[in-house]
Design a protein around this ligand. Structure first.
Ligand SMILES: *Cc1c(COP(=O)(O)O)cnc(C)c1O
Length: 228
């Protein structure tokens, strides 16, 4: 039993419940995804023993290896990193959700995947002016969403974003913009009510702004081992 891990998980769960209460929201509206990137499969196993079911990874090869190693556990793998088009079909083999869909070509690649059930799909929107950060420009949201709606291997769940750096914009105002984009998405796809936002340093602001899927890593796992 990994007691330090258990204590950090408990503390984040408590923080989420507090933030939800402060925002007048029910904790049952929120899905906690524990981001396990760079950590070994053994840590994911420890998390599963502590009742975690949703885990997030941002690199395809690493995610593929861990998902294979832990295939016997009841885990849901969320892919949250930039995904190369040529790796899309492989990622579809283990990913229950892909949060980083930011272009139509990626949707087209996922359309050809063989999946037992549709993958939960989030359109990633870039909240900065830097295209290198990943995510679609806000003006592309509807077009990508419509393409996902035409794709039987995908189930459109909502939007995903990473907050800008603190010196660029306050997380609260960036998440307020994201909320506005989510309203636009629901005009095209009323069932796509998900908002994947909120990490270790900004999950309280994200919950206040309506996030439904929190992607929290280091507050729970501890510092990431330095890896390439
Ligand atoms: C690493 C990562 C997270 C988690 O970050 P922490 O600051 O460790 O909570 C969330 N989302 C994405 C896209 C990430 O790459």
């Amino acid at each position: 039993m990994n007691e330090a891990l258990a204590a950090r998980l408990e503390s984040v769960r408590h923080g989420i419940a507090e933030a939800a209460r402060a925002a007048g929201r029910g904790a049952d509206e929120l899905t906690l995804i524990v981001v396990t990137k760079f950590h070994p499969a053994s840590l994911v196993r420890d998390l599963a023993e502590l009742g975690v079911r949703d885990v997030g990874e941002n690199r395809h090869q690493e995610a593929q290896g861990k998902a294979a190693e832990l295939a016997g556990l009841d885990l849901r793998w969320h892919f949250i990193g930039q995904l190369q088009t040529k790796k899309a079909r492989q990622a579809a083999q283990y990913a229950h959700a892909i949060h980083s869909i930011d272009r139509e070509r990626l949707v087209d690649a996922l359309a050809t995947a063989e999946v037992p059930q549709p993958i939960e799909a989030f359109v990633q929107v870039n909240l900065t002016d830097d295209p290198g950060r990943g995510g679609a420009a806000p003006g592309e949201i509807e077009r990508i969403a419509e393409r996902i709606l035409e794709t039987p291997t995908l189930h459109l769940c909502g939007l995903m974003a990473v907050a800008p750096l603190p010196e660029e914009e306050e997380a609260a105002s960036a998440f307020a913009r994201l909320h506005g984009y989510a309203d636009r998405l629901r005009a095209v796809a009323p069932q796509a009510t998900g908002i994947s936002a909120g990490m270790t340093h900004d999950y309280v602001e994200a919950i206040a702004a309506g996030a439904t899927h929190l992607r929290i890593g280091s507050a729970i796992t501890g510092n990431r081992p330095t890896a390439g």
